[in-house]
Write a protein that binds this ligand. Structure first.
Ligand code: NAP
Length: 241
């Protein structure tokens, strides 16, 4: 088998960056996608295998379609897709602005779906593929103040299970990874009090590292995970079980 190519969305920092580095260390060529081309270029410098940077806005369907098409044309077929890009715009449902609902749903859920649509035909033709969607523990358990984010993350789990059933016969696996409380930009703005509360509720009594999520992604992308599909892999220190 020649070197496989993995596309990671939201690869400019945090969990996506860690996924890109982990997949590269496992021998994949990597396509790095996000809005910030500058930050992607920095990540690309850290990668020893071949890599390709593509500026892409996951909230915009044309940007996704064109970006992935360009990457595939210049760099070759996509074998592994990691839908990691995500945002949160928290607020109570009763006062949530339409713009905040739509931004989160379109980036986190629709963006993942359009990326999947863009890579799926190639995977079907090849009769090999791995799709890994980064959900969240709150997509499994709910969270007050995050109706939009939770709906997007629960939506990714439903998408994962439906798609796994559609494309299993083509030897394409579709799985989700549901991280708990992980130290990244997304969680750095939380108050010390809330952070401590999350840690107290986590049996392993600490936050997770992006690399610990990336290890699960690397596994699901590997040949060792060939018979795993439609699964939600919790990487959450036990905060939900
Ligand atoms: P992060 O540090 O805030 O990074 C988010 C990534 O997504 C960045 O690379 C960002 O790149 C990209 N992104 C955001 N909006 C985008 C858009 N419209 N188009 C393209 N790329 C976009 O977040 P993180 O903590 O690493 O989270 C990564 C994923 O894990 C998210 O889906 C998040 O929901 C999920 N997650 C995180 C945690 C946690 O505790 N951190 C827990 C559960 C699940 P640009 O800004 O350059 O576009």
């Amino acid at each position: 088998m020649s070197m496989r190519t993995a596309l990671v969305t939201g690869a400019s920092r945090g969990i996506g960056r860690a996924c890109a580095l982990a997949l590269a260390s496992a021998g994949h060529r990597v396509v790095l996608a996000a809005r910030s081309a500058e930050k992607l270029a920095e990540v690309a410098k850290e990668i020893r295998t071949e890599s390709y940077v593509v500026e892409m806005d996951l909230a915009n369907r044309d940007s996704i379609t064109n970006g992935i098409a360009q990457a595939a044309k210049d760099f070759g077929r996509i074998d592994v897709l990691v839908n990691n890009a995500g945002i949160a715009k928290d607020g109570l449902a009763v006062r949530m602005k339409q713009a905040d609902w739509e931004a989160v749903l379109s980036t986190n859920l629709s963006g993942a779906f359009y990326a999947i649509q863009q890579v799926l035909q190639g995977m079907m033709r090849e009769r090999w593929g791995r799709i890994i969607n980064i959900s969240s523990v709150v997509g499994e358990m709910g969270n007050p103040g995050q109706a939009n984010y939770v709906a997007s993350k629960a939506g990714l789990i439903g998408l994962t299970k439906s798609l796994a059933q559609e494309v299993g016969s083509r030897n394409i696996t579709v799985n989700a990874v549901a991280p708990g409380f992980i130290g990244t930009d997304m969680t750095s703005e939380l108050s010390e009090e809330l952070k401590q509360k999350m840690i107290d509720n986590t049996p392993l009594r600490r936050m997770g590292a992006p690399e610990e999520v990336a290890a699960a992604v690397k596994f699901l992308a590997s040949d060792d995970a060939a018979f795993i599909t439609g699964h939600v892999l919790d990487v959450n220190g036990g905060i939900y079980m």
